[in-house]
Design a protein around this ligand. Structure first.
Ligand SMILES: Nc1ncnc2c1ncn2[C@@H]1O[C@H](COP(=O)(O)OP(=O)(O)OP(=O)(O)O)[C@@H](O)[C@H]1O
Ligand SMILES: [Mg+2]
Length: 369
């Protein structure tokens, strides 16, 4: 996907029917609190693989009071269409996906849509535990390597099998070997992907101009990613992970979970101007670091090979946190990228510095449209 030219939501969150023709590479949604701006970004985020920017369940997304399921559909690259919705026909809620009218899969979405986002909920990623940072990293990887999501799901699945196996009184060694083999296969790819994308992101960070968004120094604390960064081959990684898992059976059994592997890795971020860990930076500095990282990834994605789709960049409430000169720098940078940027804010004047490079769209308060 390079750009959306039309977006239509039905019975999605507070939007009974919302339709927008898009004429620009930047779209700025403005309106009062609760109007449904973030909901629109969330709808867009569901055009890619995964559960979207709020990790909501499919049922939560149905407009309260609606008798039907929700739908989100988008026209992209002028004449292609992606439609997603809650599949009412299946007994368990399921996301129905159609591309150009034909049934499609999450993998089809991953191939077509490269998506990255920043939301206020992500402000805490540098302060909290590793889970959120790892998720953040994996989302950046997924935008670059569509198969990463599928491999991660395979890893998680075999890890659950292994954990269940370790709870038994007798562990069949052949069974454990088979499960750990699958974990090692997927885990090695995960570590390799992460190491590769961190290197790519770092190069994109380094290539960015100095100025409004501070640079960061990135590394992954995780044995297997470190080995990958040091040049280990995929089969080396696989073997190392397989050995680690086999050697850790007794310990993992006592702990009741798998203690070692790429599911425990963390993304370490240093705020380069101060040389200190990002966790020590101020709230505003952390926000600017995060935006800098997303812009670096957007740059990496938009300079990727010609065949790769250009990214959709979703920035929820990013403008409001920035002073006017940083805001202008952000808009300049977004305007220089391939891909389409979607921004939200409560006030149209926040987007003044875009001048004629963006389409301003008012999201009216619920009930008035
Ligand atoms: N399933 C649903 N059905 C109907 N309304 C919903 C549903 N889920 C959320 N909402 C409503 O959507 C509104 C919030 O929308 P959203 O978060 O997009 O607002 P916003 O425009 O981003 O506001 P803010 O400026 O405060 O961020 C709330 O009023 C909420 O009650
Ligand atoms: Mg919002």
């Amino acid at each position: 996907m390079t750009a959306l030219s039309k977006l239509t939501l039905t019975d999605f969150r507070n939007h009974a029917a919302f339709s927008l023709n898009i004429k620009s590479a930047a779209v700025c949604l403005f309106g009062e609190n609760g109007a449904g701006k973030t909901n629109i970004l969330e709808a867009l985020s569901l055009l890619g693989p995964g559960r979207g920017l709020r990790s909501a369940s499919l049922n939560e997304l149905v407009r309260q009071g609606s008798e039907r399921g929700w739908t989100v559909s988008a026209v992209f690259d002028d004449d292609h269409q992606i439609g997603i919705g809650l599949d009412q026909a299946s007994r368990t809620p399921k996301r129905a996906i159609r591309v150009d009218g034909a049934a499609a899969t999450t993998n089809d979405l991953a191939e077509r849509v490269r998506m990255i986002w920043v939301t206020p909920a992500m402000d805490v990623i540098f302060r909290g535990g590793g889970t959120e940072r790892r998720r953040f990293l994996d989302r950046q990887v997924m935008a670059n390597i569509p198969s990463h999501g599928r491999v991660s799901a395979a890893y998680e699945k075999s890890m659950r099998e292994r954990n269940a196996l370790l709870e038994r009184n007798y562990i069949d060694p052949a069974w454990a070997d088979a499960v750990e083999n699958r974990m090692a296969e997927a885990g090695a790819i995960i570590a390799m992907n992460r190491a590769m994308i961190v290197r790519k992101l770092q190069a994109a960070v380094d290539a960015r101009p100095d100025g409004y968004f501070p640079k960061s120094d990135l590394s992954i604390s995780g044995e297997f990613e470190k080995r990958a960064a040091d040049g280990a081959s995929l089969s080396d990684l696989e073997e190392a992970l397989r050995d680690t898992l086999a050697a850790g059976r007794a310990r993992d059994r006592a702990a009741g979970r798998t203690l070692n592997g790429p599911h425990r890795s963390d993304l370490d971020v240093i705020h380069r101007p101060s040389g200190a860990a990002a966790s020590l930076a101020s709230t505003g500095q952390q926000k600017a670091l995060l935006i800098g990282l997303i812009l670096a990834n957007a740059r990496a994605l938009s300079t990727a090979d010609e065949q790769a789709p250009a990214p959709l960049i979703l920035l929820d409430e990013a403008a409001a946190h920035l002073d006017p000169s940083r805001r202008a720098a952000l808009f300049d940078e977004l305007s220089s990228l391939k891909g389409q940027a979607w921004l939200t804010g409560t006030d149209a004047t926040l987007f003044d510095a875009f001048r004629d490079r963006a389409q301003l769209v008012e999201v009216p308060p619920t009930g008035s449209a």
